[in-house]
Design a protein around this ligand. Structure first.
Ligand code: SF4
Length: 242
């Protein structure tokens, strides 16, 4: 009887905890070829992974969920990434334009029901994109939020039903910034203006001295995650060769 992908991942998972980020990326590329992609919103951590991947291969896949509410600095960084690394970012959008969302759900949905807004503009587009893939690579780190503290470097993503690779799950913020400076990696200039975590313009503010790095996301709400990395019950796993 052949093992499910979930069981195969569980077997490799303990060894994967000792992998360097480069080893994790190499394993992902060798195992899944063009059925794996890096997912990024182009924060400092994402820039580290993009730079590492570019040193390993020229044709890696990179996608982003473009909510159409991003900062001009973020869109500008996307253009710089495409130019510097010679890649084309796969941009994924909500099925609803901002105007259609307002017509159907009313004005400023993010200020009344940010979970619904994130579902429409982030989670559903991500779910659609991940159906193309057998694995995705993210730049989450364990120390970022409580929900991310249990992240493994290699895991079965029960929420979306595919393999998830988190090559820098164990890194500190200091390691991220050391890599960026040592390798002259481009980054979002908002990071230098007290925005440690950058999302949509409507839901992101600068943080004050002593505030948590994610205190500037969804200010006024208890929300700390957009739903992309939360853990939910599993659908049946697929069968892929590992
Ligand atoms: S971060 Fe805010 S504006 Fe962006 S999708 Fe979520 S609720 Fe909507």
């Amino acid at each position: 009887m052949s093992l499910s992908t979930e069981d195969r991942i569980a077997a490799v998972q303990p060894a994967a905890e000792a992998w360097t980020p480069q080893h994790a990326l190499a394993w992902a590329f060798e195992t899944f070829g063009n059925r794996v992609a890096i997912s990024s919103a182009f924060g400092a951590e994402g820039m580290v992974l993009i730079d590492m991947a570019s040193r390993m291969r020229r044709d890696f896949r990179l996608f982003t969920i473009d909510t159409e509410f991003l900062f001009p600095e973020t869109y500008n960084l996307m253009d710089r990434i495409e130019e510097k690394y010679g890649i084309s970012i796969e941009r994924v959008y909500s099925v609803l334009s901002p105007e259609e969302q307002e017509r159907i759900h009313g004005a400023a949905l993010w200020s009344r029901d940010p979970d619904r807004c994130c579902n429409l503009r982030k989670v559903e587009p991500l779910r659609r994109k991940l159906r193309e893939l057998e694995a995705w690579i993210t730049s989450i780190r364990r120390e970022q939020t409580i929900a991310r503290a249990q992240a493994h470097k290699l895991e079965w993503d029960a929420k979306f039903g595919l393999v998830k690779i988190n090559p820098i799950a164990h890194w500190t913020s200091k390691q991220v910034w050391r890599y960026i400076h040592d390798h002259r990696v481009p980054y979002n200039p908002l990071h230098d203006r007290s925005f440690p975590s950058i999302g949509c313009t409507h839901c992101t503010r600068a943080v004050g001295a002593g505030e948590d790095a994610r205190a500037g996301r969804w200010p006024g709400f208890a929300k700390t995650e957009c739903g992309l990395h939360a853990i939910e019950p599993a659908p049946a796993s697929s069968e892929v060769e590992l």
